[in-house]
Design a protein. Structure first.
Length: 172
């Protein structure tokens, strides 16, 4: 099977959720799955469940947390760059059929990764590997490389209308 490059982007909710759903589907079909989460360092409910129930899905958190209340620093850049190198190693190792780079575009937009380094990763993708990139602010050059692009568009969000923060089991 020829592997494609998929992108889930936009300002709406559901990009990581869609990627996790694809990971479940792929695992159910016998594919080997790797998920590298950039920026995130908290084990959200889906990560805890996958680790318990489907240990054949490899999940690594490659970041040092989000940047809502702080600016990224040198340690964040180093973690992201090491994370990208780790993804490249996993992709070239031939062990995985599907690799998900969760929040990769946030790492780029925050200056943690160079867009050109991510483009080089896409160019080195083995033909049989399916690659999924998620996150807001996806650069145009990455969009141009994608075989499939899904944009999540926010129409209304209860954070904006009611001030509700992330809820357990729904957003985290």
């Amino acid at each position: 099977m020829e592997g494609m490059i998929q992108i889930y982007t936009g300002n709406g909710k559901g990009k990581t959720t869609a990627a996790m759903g694809l990971a479940l589907r792929a695992c159910g079909a016998g594919l080997r799955v790797y998920i590298g989460q950039f920026v995130k360092d908290m084990k959200y409910a889906e990560v805890r469940l996958l680790e318990q129930v489907l240990p054949q899905i490899q999940i690594e958190q490659l970041g040092r947390g989000c940047f809502i209340q702080r600016e990224p620093g040198p340690a964040d850049r180093q973690a992201a760059q090491q994370g990208l190198a780790r993804v490249a190693e996993q992709m070239k190792g031939g062990r995985y059929d599907l690799l998900i780079l969760d929040e990769i575009s946030i790492a780029i937009s925050m200056g943690l990764l160079e867009e050109e380094a991510v483009l080089a990763l896409l160019e080195s993708k083995p033909p049989q590997v399916e690659l999924v990139l998620t996150g807001r602010y996806m650069p145009e050059k990455l969009l141009a490389k994608a075989d499939l692009i899904t944009e999540m568009k926010e129409i209304r969000h209860y954070y904006a209308t009611r001030g509700l923060l992330a809820r357990d089991g729904i957003e985290r």
